[in-house]
Design a protein around this ligand. Structure first.
Ligand code: FAD
Length: 414
């Protein structure tokens, strides 16, 4: 596990990782078997309570909060391997699954930067890493056992509309008690990083994007940002002033001996050790997926907005890339996208940098990450996402009384 901040749960208060979402549920129930999940769901339905499944609590938005039942899903049982697939008990944290996978000489296709999430939680919001050929982690889902609002178990199968709906569903179709995911033969990643100007990043972007398995960069908008994050990024080369980009490329190798060379900013290790970060501070974040053909224009607009309107904004903006996938609520339903993550301090006001940059992203057809903060309405999402209405129909059919809807989700998906 690489963060000390797990979601806090007491008998009466549930809060997410950074304590920006708090709720006082009637009960927090831990379920370790499918039968216990069924009992919790049928109890919630008969008592007219909302039930929300929780993973690691590492979402920024209110996707778990409820005044009904928070279900802490912790399925017991072993992770098993079936050829190029792994069968993973619901609620298993990513940091718990890498060793068992590696011992079978397999690993995940890709992942985000955090291993304290549950696999089911990451699937729930469509968590992604970076790589133009690499879709969200939810695209790896090939089968699942789902406890629906009736308490019945549905076995989800690949290439069905129900699977396309369930892949990114924020727990609205039911509780996933077991997931089967595609895995790859175990691989190391060789990583190289370097600093450069934003103009250089724009110039090299296309080439680096298409010639590396993983390509991403952080944009540090000013010297204050560089100084604030001096303990996270390596020292900026002398003579560099103002805006700067910190670019990272990574490519896969057969498992071998790892190394880390701090001078040349190069290292090699198992994929999960290279891709995960330790987050020393709590923050808030918005994140938008932008069509590739608009991404450079958006990057320039973000730079201009920050320079002209928010000169004291001092955080790194992460720019990553994600491949297309066919989940109904996927933000990459129509092609690969560039992803802009905008963090701000925990006590920031949404109406400041977030609202301003959200307007830029929305102007260019941006879709939000379901696990981050956003202010999009159902009407807007319906315009942008062709699968949105089909998802709502499937949800209504499976859960007509909204057992799995909290206020935030009801406003969008009823
Ligand atoms: C420091 C940090 C770094 C991050 N980095 C990335 C990143 O690199 N890439 C990225 O895409 N995101 C990233 N995120 C966002 C975050 O990882 C996601 O929002 C993720 O969904 C959180 O997973 P979790 O297990 O904590 O789930 P939770 O927040 O607990 O739940 C997420 C959703 O999944 C549902 N769910 C959970 N368990 C089940 C289940 N068993 N059955 C059905 N539904 C379920 C929940 O109801 C909820 O809707 C980051 C977040 C933080 C705090």
């Amino acid at each position: 596990m690489n963060t000390s901040v797990e979601a806090q749960k007491t008998s009466t208060i549930w809060s997410n990782w950074n304590d920006t979402v708090r709720c006082r549920p009637r009960r927090i129930v831990t379920a370790t078997t499918e039968t216990e999940v069924q009992e919790a769901v049928t109890h919630a339905a008969s008592a007219n309570l909302t039930l929300r499944p929780a993973g690691g609590g590492h979402s920024f938005g209110p996707v778990v909060a409820t005044d009904g039942i928070v279900l802490d899903v912790r399925m017991s049982g072993e992770l098993t391997i079936d050829g190029a697939r792994a069968v993973v008990p619901g609620g298993r944290r990513l940091y718990e699954i890498f060793e068992p996978l590696w011992s079978h000489n397999v690993t995940l296709v890709n992942m985000g930067e955090l291993d304290t999430t549950a696999l089911t939680g990451a699937i729930g919001t469509g968590v992604h890493g970076t790589g133009i050929q690499l879709p969200s982690i939810s695209a790896s889902l090939s089968a699942a056992r789902l406890v629906a609002a009736t308490g019945d178990v549905i076995e989800l199968e690949a290439r069905t509309d129900l699977m396309r709906a369930a892949r990114v569903s924020m727990g609205m179709l039911g509780v996933m008690c077991e997931t089967t995911i595609d895995v790859l033969p175990a691989y190391d990643l060789h990583e190289t990083s370097f600093f450069g100007s934003p103009e250089q990043a724009l110039e090299e972007w296309d080439e680096l994007l298409h010639s590396n398995r993983h390509f991403s960069f952080y944009y540090l908008p000013n010297e204050r940002a560089t100084a604030t994050y001096a303990n996270i990024f390596p020292p900026v080369p002398s003579g560099t002033a103002g805006e700067i980009c910190y670019t990272t490329i990574r490519n896969a190798l057969e498992p071998g001996e790892g190394f880390s060379d701090v001078d040349s900013l190069e290292r090699r290790d198992r994929m999960n050790r290279i891709l995960t970060y330790t987050y020393p501070v709590m923050y808030r974040e918005i994140e938008y997926a932008i069509p590739l053909d608009a991404a450079k224009r958006v990057f320039r607009e973000v730079r201009n907005r920050l320079r002209d309107h928010h000169p004291s904004y001092a955080h790194p903006i992460d720019v990553r890339f994600v491949a297309q996938d066919d989940a109904l609520l996927s933000w990459c339903h129509d092609g690969p996208k560039a992803i802009f993550s905008v963090p701000d301090s925990r006590d920031c006001k949404y109406d400041d940098v977030f609202a301003d940059l959200e307007a830029v992203f929305c102007h260019h057809g941006g879709l939000p990450h379901w696990g981050k903060e956003h202010r999009l309405t159902a009407q807007r999402l319906k315009q942008l996402q062709p699968g949105f209405e089909q998802f709502r129909e499937i949800r209504r059919e499976l859960d007509p009384h909204g057992v799995f809807l909290n206020d935030h989700l009801r406003a969008l998906f009823l």
